[in-house]
Design a protein around this ligand. Structure first.
Ligand code: 5RP
Length: 236
């Protein structure tokens, strides 16, 4: 039965499909979070079933872990795996240097830990994720619950000192309750419009007590696979 997908979903599926070529028998693989990464997990489950591919996976979120189990992909913890051959994950934005904004799905902390414990990070995305300058997508910043408002004030001061305009919004669920990450933290979404110096901004934000991690991924991604609705992919 043919799959009826909108062009964006087709692009995401295509990116995941082409990224499968990076996965080899015997590898330990980090599995990302989000709708593009979900395609990867489904394709990987199917490939294991059809080809008997032996891999061991580490999930970057509880949601991905649940999907991986459903697809009968063997998973373990990062502690058990130790080091990974490869992590494949989505992104909210990527520039030409493959600096990323991640965390739209709220998994940025585990995603960064898993990606940096891997020989290689491959990003999979639809074409809309490639941007000239990062920042149109709100930058997620993970903060501990305790004193989060104090952390937010210090984040505001940093933005003002660096002449970056923008608002900070505590991420909430549909019912109005704060969104809580898998690690039990809150997320501040920074609406900045434009991020001129990602590395500098990330360092400044990480200097705030209570800030656990930012969604800026600099010098982590090695390859990006941009899927097109046509079924072709462009590699960066
Ligand atoms: C989750 C992420 C995702 O990779 C990012 O939000 C992209 O998601 P999608 O593939 O659904 O567009 O960083 O924390």
């Amino acid at each position: 039965m043919p799959l009826h997908l909108d062009p964006n979903d087709r692009a995401k599926l295509t990116a995941a499909y082409h990224a499968m070529d990076f996965i080899e028998d015997g590898m330990k693989v980090g599995l990302g979070t989000g709708s593009t990464a979900a395609w990867l997990v489904k394709l990987l489950g199917a490939r294991r079933h059809l080809e008997g591919l032996e891999i061991l996976a580490v999930s970057t979120s509880e949601a991905t872990e649940a999907l991986a189990r459903k697809m009968k992909i063997p998973t373990t913890t990062l502690e058990e795996a130790g080091w990974l051959d490869l992590t494949i994950d989505g992104a909210d934005e990527a520039d030409a240097d493959l600096t990323l904004i991640k965390g739209g799905g709220g998994a940025l902390l585990r995603e960064k830990i898993v990606a940096t414990a891997s020989d290689r990070m491959v990003v999979i995305a639809d074409p809309a994720k490639m941007v000239e300058t990062l920042g149109a997508f709100p930058l997620p910043v993970e903060v501990v619950k305790f004193g989060w408002e104090a952390s937010q004030s210090l984040v505001r001061d940093i933005l003002e000192d660096s002449d970056v305009e923008g608002s900070r919004i505590l991420r909430r669920m549909r019912d109005g309750a704060p969104f809580v990450t898998d690690e039990g933290h809150f997320i501040l979404d920074l609406h900045l419009g434009r991020i001129g110096d990602p590395e500098g901004l990330a360092a400044d934000l990480l200097s705030v007590p209570g800030v656990v991690e930012t969604g800026l991924f600099t010098d982590i991604a090695e390859t990006m696979v941009v899927g097109l609705p046509s079924g072709e992919a462009v590699f960066h």
